[in-house]
Design a binder for this molecule. Structure first.
Ligand SMILES: NC(=O)CC[C@H](N)C(=O)O
Length: 368
């Protein structure tokens, strides 16, 4: 048996609640972030590398994590983006032909602190009841008071701008340069599978840093514009909102996913708010209000757009609704070539019910 004497570890929540566990591997250390949970039964590697999770400590509700190893191609960015990991059973062994390393090696390479043997069911039901909050995971189990002090200094997710921490520093290209359509994508935390989905639909994409100006994107002479997913609060993203306003003003084809959707709402004067607990999983039910059809969707967000303000807005239509809590899951502008969704049609991980949204974007470009 590997690591028979593993370090004791804790997760300490901002309200003082403690859950106990053990460090994964030989790791020792401390990591801070906002605690959140994902209910997906599969797709842990995609989750851990999704830039939208930057600054968050991930609790997985699936009881076995690591059992199918990792594969260099199943990433949503070039590194692990979560701040820390909390699991029930961590599998040091893995069995899958396509895997090229164990999850333990993968996390070590990325220097990520993970703790296991935590009663994640109790932890998740606690944070479901008490709402999103900051937390620390640590092997310093005898330094609770010290950890509490440090934890109190960690900034709140509300109001926090994080896109700059994960965005590309320089523009780059994705796909085949001879493709039919050119798309300018603003990277406020973009997932690779969004780029793959656009490229697969005959698009050549230029990806721009979070603080680019509309003119920078326009200089690529794109047929369509895309605003990506990403971490943190959408409210402080003034530059991205400005880009959205300029695109909207010119009635150019625009599609936004998750953080990008929130930015489009803000550009229309609709406010966003922090949810009690976000939506994170791969079986979230959404109703398409235009077709009346249901979709099972992949979701990962802790903020949402204000429903009343969206309803009152004369140029906005609610196209998608989350069936668990009636929050707005998608919007379109009535007089413009602009639409967006709060969830993840790129589905990495997740079901493919919503991939038609990428087709719709390409149609919008064609019809322009
Ligand atoms: N996946 C995302 O783009 C998340 C958007 C935003 N950071 C939120 O938590 O709501």
């Amino acid at each position: 048996m590997k690591y028979q004497k593993r370090q004791k570890a804790i997760i300490l929540l901002a309200d003082g609640t403690i859950f106990y566990g053990k460090a994964v591997g030989n790791k020792q250390g401390t990591a801070f972030g906002e605690v959140c949970f994902n209910t997906g039964m599969t797709g842990y590697q995609e989750i851990f590398t999704d830039p939208s999770y930057f600054g968050q400590i991930m609790v997985t509700t699936n009881a076995h994590i690591g059992n199918y190893g990792t594969n260099a191609e199943e990433v949503e960015s070039d590194s692990v983006k979560i701040a820390g990991l909390v699991v029930k059973n961590f599998s040091y062994e893995y069995s899958r032909d396509a895997a090229d390393s164990s999850l333990e090696e993968f996390l070590d390479k990325n220097n990520l602190l993970a703790i296991s043997d935590v009663d994640t069911r109790a932890l998740v039901s606690y944070i479901r009841d008490n709402g999103a909050m900051n937390a620390v995971i640590s092997t310093e189990v005898d330094n609770i008071e010290g950890l509490k002090k440090q934890l109190a200094e960690v900034p709140n997710m509300e109001g926090l701008e994080l896109a700059s921490k994960v965005s590309t520093k320089e523009p780059y290209y994705f796909g085949d340069e001879n493709a039919t359509y050119k798309i300018a994508a603003l990277d406020i935390g973009i997932k690779k599978n969004i780029l793959r989905n656009l490229a697969k639909r005959d698009a050549y994409i230029k990806v721009f840093p979070y603080n680019s100006k509309f003119e920078d994107l326009e200089a690529f002479n794109p047929d369509g514009y895309f605003l990506s997913n990403g971490p943190g609060d959408p409210e402080p993203l003034a530059e991205a909102q400005e880009v959205a306003k300029e695109i909207i003003k010119r009635n150019l084809p625009l599609f936004g996913i998750c953080l990008g959707h929130q930015v489009i709402a803000l550009a229309n004067g609709v406010s966003t708010y922090k949810m009690h607990n976000g939506h994170r999983g791969i079986n979230h039910p959404v109703k398409n209000m235009v077709t009346g059809k249901g979709e099972v969707t992949s979701q990962n967000h802790g903020f949402a757009i204000n429903r009343e303000e969206t309803e009152a807005h004369e140029d906005l239509q609610i196209t998608h609704v989350h069936l668990n809590d009636n929050t707005v899951a998608g919007i379109a502008m009535k007089s413009k070539n602009v639409f967006s969704v709060q969830y993840h049609p790129e589905a990495s991980p997740g079901p493919h019910d919503s991939s038609y949204l990428f087709d719709q974007f390409i149609e919008n470009i064609k019809n322009k």
